[in-house]
Ligand binder design. Sequence first.
Ligand code: HEM
Length: 425
Amino acid sequence: MSEQRTKPQEGFAEVEFNSEPFLTDFKKIYADMHNSGCPFAHSSSGDHYAVGSHSKIMEILKQYDVWKAKYGPGLNYLESPGVLVSVDPPEHTFEVRIVSSSFSREVFDAMAPDMEAFVNEQIDKVYEQGEADLHDLISIQLPLFVIFRLLGFDRYDEDGTDRFDWVREGIIASVGLMLVPPEEAAAMIDSGNIEKVRMQALSRTSELFSKQLAEAKAKLDSGEWQGEENLVTRFLTTPGPDGSFLSDDKILGFMGFLLTAGSATTTIMISNIIYRLLTEEGAWDKVFNNRELIPLAIEETLRLDAPVHGLFRTNDEEVELGGVKVEKDTKVMLLWAAGNLDPEIFDDPMKFDLDRDLAKVRRHLAFGYGTHFCRGAPLARLEGDVVLRIIFERLKNLRLNGEVEMEKRMPVLQGIRKLPVAWDV
Ligand code: HEM
């Protein structure tokens, strides 16, 4: 094992983010960090530090010249160039210019009717049964439907198999590896510890990307497509500020990144919102009776249950963090989920409170902050809004109906993986 860059520090919480008790008790760990007056943590197995204070996270994100994204948002040090979230300006500025036209409010809003139709169809399938696992039925399915639509993928494979099933397995494998120390990740893959089916799904997914890219190029060349068909054709036909285009590797990287960033996160968010509304006293009725509160319900859930615990930056020069000298090129995790529970910013932070001011709640860090602020945030919010409106309309007397399971296969994400509910037919 290579020499450690970091070591346990007095006052810093010692946390193993990839194992218990973190996986079960992370909110207590975050609260203890805040209460200790030293909202920093260290992980020996991950060889990294972590920052939980809202103001310190913001401060780091404003120091673009020091804290870099270039080694990637995960624990491993990316060797080949990544996309967006793994690059810094000016490369980042170039990529943003290319994606911004595809990530506009208009593009997202135009998808709303199809999203509504999809959610309604999902409910139609099980409506008469009066019960379902909403996580499986809607929270997993809708974000995949949306991202497939954006990327122009067909849902079914040539042999008729449902791509949603294996694509999701691949996503779980890749997100699951984000918090695993690099040597361990390689060993897990070699020894088959990451279940074979997930690794196969991952390679099947990259074949799908290559095929999609080849098809888009061929159809653009033949004149059958003009460039507006999907994100891949837009990437191929939109030049950056200097007139050059994204390389094939970058476009493939975008497909992988968007599939993961856009679906696993939103899946978790949707189930978290429904769960909060069903379990917090009076919350369901309050929003049911006043739909204008839907945006607040979405933001308050994102604040309290940020789907992504945190992501990494790497320092380009030696810095000081919480009184500790941090050597150059150290991985430091910015804990969005802990920043969202910072009592300096949010009163009574552990409370799900639908009386908060929406503008203040939106100071949460669930979508990051600054240069890399989530480009899909309006889309995720729209998906949440579509789901809630349809559920309020159609599923009368919605209630929990069995054991709710939490997601622990992907430690970088927090939330639900099974949400059994029932309604009156
Ligand atoms: C609730 C759902 C979502 C959450 C919690 C979430 C969270 C995040 C976070 C925390 C970042 C910042 C990363 C960093 O600073 O290192 C980010 C970036 C990003 N997200 Fe999301 N995301 C969500 C949904 C989506 C969706 C639906 C899409 C697109 C389909 C998307 C696309 C992106 C992109 C492209 C970036 C990179 C922005 C950049 O580097 O310029 N996200 N997201």
